[in-house]
Design a protein around this ligand. Sequence first.
Ligand code: GDP
Ligand code: MG
Length: 296
Amino acid sequence: MDIPKHQAGFVNIIGKPNVGKSTLMNILVGERLSIITSKSQTTRHRIIGLTNSDNYQIVFSDTPGMLKPQYELQKNMMSFVNISLEDADIILFVTDLYETDADIEHVIEKINESGVPVLLVVNKIDLAKPGQLEEVTAYWTSRIKSELVIPISAGEKFNTDKIMQEILDRLPEHPAFYDKAELSDRSERFFASEIIREKIFENYKKEIPYSSEVSIEDFKVKKNIISVRAIIYVERDSQKGIIIGDKGAALKKVGIQAREELEKFFGKKVFLETFVKVEQDWRKNKLKLKKFGYDP
Ligand code: GDP
Ligand code: MG
């Protein structure tokens, strides 16, 4: 009797900020796990999402975008990129139509030396002008050693099936790494904080989103309702004022939007309380970063 083979492996999604990595991962995993916004560097942590079937398990990692570290938080983010090169069975290197390899030459070199098969994904082709896709493809294939170029539009879910097929063609034979009932290695608290952070990114300008961190102080799941108490940390008093807004209007808006999104994500009613606190210059302080869970 033939024993059906089981495949399992790690597929790491890397690329510069804002090229569509998180959008793609969510499509591949089929759940809204990563937060996606139009601002770069929304993804600060590495997030794992699983796609399971009877015969395979794909462990996707969505990583923060690659860049030259400017401050402590970014240094920490970049260490995820290094780790993701080490444990990958397949790398999905994602680019859009506009990015070049400026600032990430050292990472490209590491990818080329790693020996890990690379699928080069050119995203946002819905926006391509005539000839642009060919140009972008020629540029990146001259820089990255890849097995295949896959043009897609993650936004329009175009050609993303092709990626799944190419992954399955290369996935090693291996038993599952994670319980198949699990979707992600991250806790519900983590997703709650990411959803609130996404709303902060959407509602405030300039440095505010980058200076904010969300900590879930309390997360209680009751029969029909989840009650969440979140603290939004900012770096300075002036930022606290901006977050709260005139008569609390800005924070109220964020709270309403976050609650709606949390209810969609968890499929339950959510009671959300938000508070704002100042944690002076937390982005530059290693101890404070650790407290917020940035532990390389
Ligand atoms: P990441 O930083 O690489 O994770 O990028 P995100 O997934 O957060 O996406 C960055 C921005 O690009 C968001 O505004 C997305 O809606 C947008 N985006 C992602 N994929 C596509 C696409 O295929 N076409 C277009 N036009 N926009 C896209
Ligand atoms: Mg992202």
